[in-house]
Design a protein around this ligand. Structure first.
Ligand code: NAP
Ligand code: ZN
Length: 329
């Protein structure tokens, strides 16, 4: 079968029409793509920030579409179902992490957008990594949940308790979903942002405090139990440690370019932790989709036709998306 896609032929190049042949192997699901969100990770991949392999590279890993074909042995989902696919399209399905639903920790974790992603009419993945989308969710608003959504849902769910104050650094694709999750889980929410014009949006999404992310004094004065950073920039992380209450955690989901320079004394007083979180496994994705349907959580999207993917990707690259670009078939 021929897949019609858009690919960057080399790192940093514009997207071009690209066709490739594929077969649906045992255990796989072929999805007809209807919506595909644009994550900043797609920008990093296309721009070669994470290496030069996988080119020509078809980005896209926030897919909602319809199951078109099943490989041998697949017992669910069924042809015609509306499903989602995120960052991960493959795993071993046998290791201790896979059996717990933590496929994101599997050593054989394969990424959808490393080569043949969702900027295409079709995309395929292993069946356990393809998720039914609840009827209550709109496809365009749900697509970004499959990566940006679970990447913020999983650490907040794991590390925050109702009544805690959660800080979200960066109000972008991930951040604007993080605010909604934390508010819906019964947490106070502080947004740390470098864009003062986003304050009204932050409050509409559920935040009750808004702090300049680049002002170390203002950051350190915030009082959070958990801070989730979605930015890919260097900030004064010691100020963010000072912002934590005792037992608080600073969790990176965006990766700053420079190594961290943290004083252990900042951790010791108040027993604070620094950690990171990678997407989420199948258990987290299934739970998140149910939670989103119950609490009406969804991305704020700007939709564009697939043919305009290059311009849409550039809006994400420049930080202009409010708050997630989503491509439509
Ligand atoms: P995005 O939509 O572009 O948003 C990033 C936000 O970071 C921006 O909206 C901006 O927020 C802030 N920012 C940008 N440049 C900044 C700078 N120079 N200084 C301070 N803040 C800055 O990106 P995204 O899709 O949310 O992705 C964010 C990062 O998470 C990317 O690096 C992506 O690769 C990574 N990611 C990680 C995982 C994972 O599994 N851990 C999964 C998906 C994505 P303000 O305007 O509010 O300051
Ligand atoms: Zn992503």
């Amino acid at each position: 079968m021929q897949v019609h896609a858009l690919a960057a032929p080399t790192p940093g190049a514009s997207l071009e029409p690209f066709g490739y042949d594929t077969e649906v192997a045992p255990g796989e699901v072929l999805i007809r793509v209807e919506h595909c969100g644009i994550c900043h990770s797609d920008v990093h991949l296309v721009d070669g920030d994470w290496g030069e392999h996988g080119f020509p590279l078809v980005p896209g890993h926030e897919v909602v579409g319809t199951v078109e074909q099943l490989g041998a042995g697949v017992t669910g989902p069924e042809v015609g179902d509306r499903v989602g696919l995120g960052w991960q399209c493959g795993a071993c399905h046998r290791c201790r992490y896979c059996v717990r639903g933590e496929q994101n920790l599997c050593r054989q974790n394969r990424a959808t957008a490393r080569s043949r992603g969702g900027f295409a009419d079709r995309v395929k993945a292993q069946a356990p990594l393809v998720f039914p989308v609840p009827d209550a969710l709109d496809s365009a608003r749900a697509a970004p949940l499959l990566c940006g959504g679970v990447t913020t849902y999983a650490p907040i769910r794991r590390l925050a308790r109702p009544g805690d104050r959660v800080g979200i650094v960066g109000l972008g694709g991930l951040g604007h979903l993080g605010v909604q999750w934390a508010a819906a889980m019964g947490c106070g929410v502080t947004v740390f942002s470098g864009s003062p014009d986003k304050e009204d949006d932050a409050r509409r999404l559920g935040a009750d405090a808004f702090v300049d992310s680049g002002d170390p004094g203002a950051v350190a004065a915030a009082r959070c139990d958990l801070v989730v950073s979605t930015v890919y920039a260097d900030l004064d992380w010691n100020a963010y440690l000072r912002a934590l209450r005792p037992n608080g955690t600073l969790c990176f989901v965006g990766v700053p370019p420079s190594p961290l320079s943290l004083h252990a004394g900042q951790l010791l007083g108040g027993q604070k932790s620094v950690t990171a979180s990678a997407i989420g496994g199948a258990a987290a994705i299934r739970e998140m989709l149910r939670f989103a349907a119950l609490h009406d959580v969804g991305a704020v999207v700007e939709t564009r036709p697939l043919a305009e993917a290059d311009a849409a990707l550039d809006r994400t690259r420049r930080g202009q998306a409010r708050y997630r670009m989503v491509l439509e078939a």
